[in-house]
Design a protein around this ligand. Structure first.
Ligand code: BGC
Length: 472
């Protein structure tokens, strides 16, 4: 393995690319890509500035790009909550159905089942999708032997898409993201449509709350740790929610007694006007071919649904210039979305001298006829460029919330984080913290703790359903 690759893989600078021992053309191509994907500290600062500006706009008026949606969740849980609630989570590959027993003292028991959402359901009719959810809940209740119950079961519906809420359990879907695009849903109320499916099946289940996964993640963590101020998802998609002072949500028109409310930022839509995000031709191509072109571009530079596709676009660019794989691609590599973000993770953690795992991904999984060590090193570099950029852009979102809430002078706080990119992508959290240190200094590490949280959509949605049904 070249000295160049044996370096610790948590950071990459343009200087390193000079030491890469490929041909002049290969070197030049990698240097150009390195430049395009670089987010300097100065660039980070300008992104954070624009981010706080857009947050402010979203708090002031309806219809802003970063929508800053009031969640109607006001109270922090105390951990003493009790009772039995249902929760479902729709937003990725699976539908998760849970029965949550809140036992007080921060204790909880969860029974859950996952159901694969068939691809056709994600792009079919919304009414069918809701019927599928109701059937799955019915099946689950039978499986756990809770199919006869006298009072309506209260359900927290984690629906991880942008919903403009009018009340805690009523709102309108603003747009689809993450590969979903059911018909008959945009502008409609997902809570009401699901309630209708329960009614048609004579199920006594009440949709008590529509919950974004970020809000659920925040509340689930806060049930155990009151210093939690933010819930973040770095997974198939990305987004964040945090506690905001009611006085700052100036677009809020109703009376309310509480001082704070959780705001679902919908930060994936940041910079749709393309003022600061350094989009490359590879990002533009991905965006154009996505189900929601022109929207959620920040999400498309950060999250698991998209990172592999950016690398695929870059790889094909180098193949076309005869700089990779001897100019040959494969039918699999030519297929959209075939380069999954999990392949990038496998490549990034591959430190073997012959990059054997990388070879496996490229040749066996993606069908490239043969690869040289140089080819593998180049693809690994592409993955690193895209992975590091994602972590640094993610840090910009966190930094914007920290700046807006003036958190640095305050006590240490916790951000609850869920999602496959945060959990599994090599060096992601390290690179994110590195960027935060560049922005705020070394001491930021003592100010914000990122805590992996798994049960947001279950526990969090149940806690919220409980708060609603007890009128908190
Ligand atoms: C959705 C958000 C969600 C995020 C993470 C985005 O695509 O717009 O509502 O929180 O994905 O699941």
């Amino acid at each position: 393995m070249s000295a160049w690759l044996s370096r610790k893989v948590s950071s990459l600078n343009l200087q390193e690319l000079n030491e890469f021992d490929g041909s002049q053309e290969q070197k030049q191509a990698l240097k150009e890509l390195g430049k395009e994907f670089e987010i300097t500290t100065e660039k980070l600062r300008s992104i954070v500035k624009q981010f706080t500006f857009e947050m402010q706009k979203g708090l002031e008026r309806h219809g802003a790009k970063v929508a800053m949606i009031p969640s109607f969740v006001t109270g922090k849980p105390t951990g003493m909550e009790s009772g039995t609630y249902l929760a479902i989570d729709l937003g990725g590959t699976n539908l998760r159905v849970c029965k949550v027993d809140l036992l007080g003292n921060g204790k909880v028991e969860i029974q859950q089942q996952k159901y694969i959402v068939p691809e056709a359901m994600k792009t079919g009719e919304m009414r069918q999708l809701c019927d599928f959810i109701a059937d799955s809940v019915d099946m689950f209740l039978t499986e756990i032997d809770t199919d006869s119950y006298s009072e309506a079961l209260q359900l927290g519906f984690t629906f991880s898409f942008p919903v403009n809420l009018r009340t805690i359990n009523r709102g309108n879907l603003m747009q689809w993201t993450k590969g979903y695009c059911c018909t008959g849903a945009i502008g409609k109320d997902p809570g009401l449509m699901l309630q209708d499916s329960f009614r048609r099946k004579n199920m006594k289940v009440n949709v008590a709350a529509i919950v974004n996964d970020t809000v659920g993640t925040l509340m689930a963590h806060a049930y155990r740790d009151p210093t939690t101020f933010m819930g973040i998802i770095f997974g198939t998609g990305t987004n964040a929610a945090y506690f905001e002072k009611m006085d700052n949500i100036t677009k809020w028109e109703d009376d309310i007694t509480s001082e704070e409310m959780v705001v679902n930022m919908e930060w994936g839509a940041f910079d749709e006007e393309r003022r600061v995000l350094p989009m490359t031709i590879y990002d533009n191509r991905l965006d154009r071919e996505s189900i929601n072109p022109g929207t959620h571009i920040y999400e498309k530079m950060i999250s698991g649904m998209y990172l592999g596709e950016i690398v695929r676009n870059m790889t094909l660019g180098l193949v076309d210039r005869q700089l990779l794989f001897d100019g040959k691609s494969s039918p699999e590599m030519n297929k959209k979305w075939s380069f999954e973000t999990s392949h990038m993770s496998a490549i990034e953690i591959d430190t073997s001298s012959d990059l054997a795992d990388t070879q496996y991904v490229l040749e066996t999984v993606l069908g490239i006829p043969s690869t040289t060590l140089m080819d593998r090193e180049m693809v690994k570099t592409l993955c690193r460029l895209v992975g590091i950029r994602a972590a640094r852009l993610s840090a910009a979102g966190v930094a914007a919330v920290m700046t807006h809430c003036n958190l640095l002078p305050q006590d240490a706080c916790t951000a609850a984080v869920d999602g496959s990119v945060f959990e599994f992508y090599p060096h992601f959290s390290h690179n994110m913290m590195k960027a935060l240190k560049e922005l705020f200094g070394e001491e930021v590490e003592q100010k914000i703790k990122f805590s992996q949280s798994h049960d947001g959509s279950g526990l969090g949605a149940a806690v919220i359903a409980m708060q609603v049904s007890k009128g908190n």
